[in-house]
Design a binder for this molecule. Structure first.
Ligand code: ADE
Length: 236
């Protein structure tokens, strides 16, 4: 998979050379390039922002550097047009389902906005170059798209076949089956007077599997009832 990131703070992404995603880049499973949006400016100050039409607080990102950058990146897209993702608190919420969808694409471009946002015409223009998605990490406001982009790249990147060594570990995770993950324990069997649940020491795999499923349901009900389908109304 190819991923291009456009940002005015490229060094945010230095951490993505570590760990599993670093290895995925070294082995060629992931071709990740982070580009400074200012490469596509031509004035002495490498200006990427300007005051908003209609007035108001803050600055807006100018369309031209975005237009030039997207033209260049989309022109080198291989068979299928790129999917262009703009992290935004005003976008659809990013979930494991979004990560799964995006992990099947050949070329993703992340456009990290700053300040009060990007000139709206950039989104319209980008839609002519590929599929545009405005995606939010959640209902809170970050200073820009960089941290959200890193989170999304990590969630998407680990779903690329071969990136996570043991594919079974992907299946048993929180959100993969719509439920939260069951609790895990390792040695010692008693730690600071707390014992591992007996069932896990029983060696009975069917009983363990059913206990784990119960735990998943119980945790999801308690912590994230919004993930469960509405329960049947009880008869009176
Ligand atoms: N940029 C600022 N806040 C954001 C959020 N919650 N999600 C994605 N991008 C953002």
């Amino acid at each position: 998979m190819r991923i291009d990131v456009l940002s005015i703070f490229p060094s945010y992404f230095d951490g993505l050379t570590l760990s599993l995603l670093g290895k995925a880049q070294a082995t060629g499973l992931l071709d990740l390039k982070v580009r400074d949006l200012r490469e596509w400016t031509s004035d002495r100050h490498r200006t990427v922002d300007d005051t908003p039409y209609g007035g108001g607080a803050g600055m807006v990102m100018k369309p031209e550097p975005w237009g030039l950058a997207l033209d260049e990146l989309a022109a080198t897209s291989s068979d299928e047009p790129p999917t262009i993702i703009f992290p935004s608190p005003a976008g659809e919420v990013f979930t494991q389902k979004t990560a799964r969808q995006l992990s099947t694409r050949q070329h993703l471009i992340f456009g990290c906005g700053r300040y009060e946002g990007i000139d709206e015409r950039v989104f319209e223009y980008a839609a002519a170059l590929g599929e545009v998605r405005l995606v939010s990490l959640g209902d809170y406001v970050l200073n820009g798209g960089e941290v959200a982009t890193m989170a999304m790249i990590e969630a998407i990147g680990r779903l690329i076949p071969g990136v996570v060594g043991n594919p079974e570990s992907l299946v048993e995770e929180s959100h993969e089956d719509g439920l939260l993950e069951y609790p895990s324990y390792t040695k010692p069997s008693v730690w600071r007077e707390r014992a591992v649940p007996d069932v896990l020491l029983s060696g009975n795999h069917a009983v363990i599997a059913s206990w784990r499923h119960e735990q998943q349901l119980e945790r999801t009900r308690r912590r994230r009832p919004d993930l469960l389908p509405d329960e049947e109304p009880t008869e009176r």
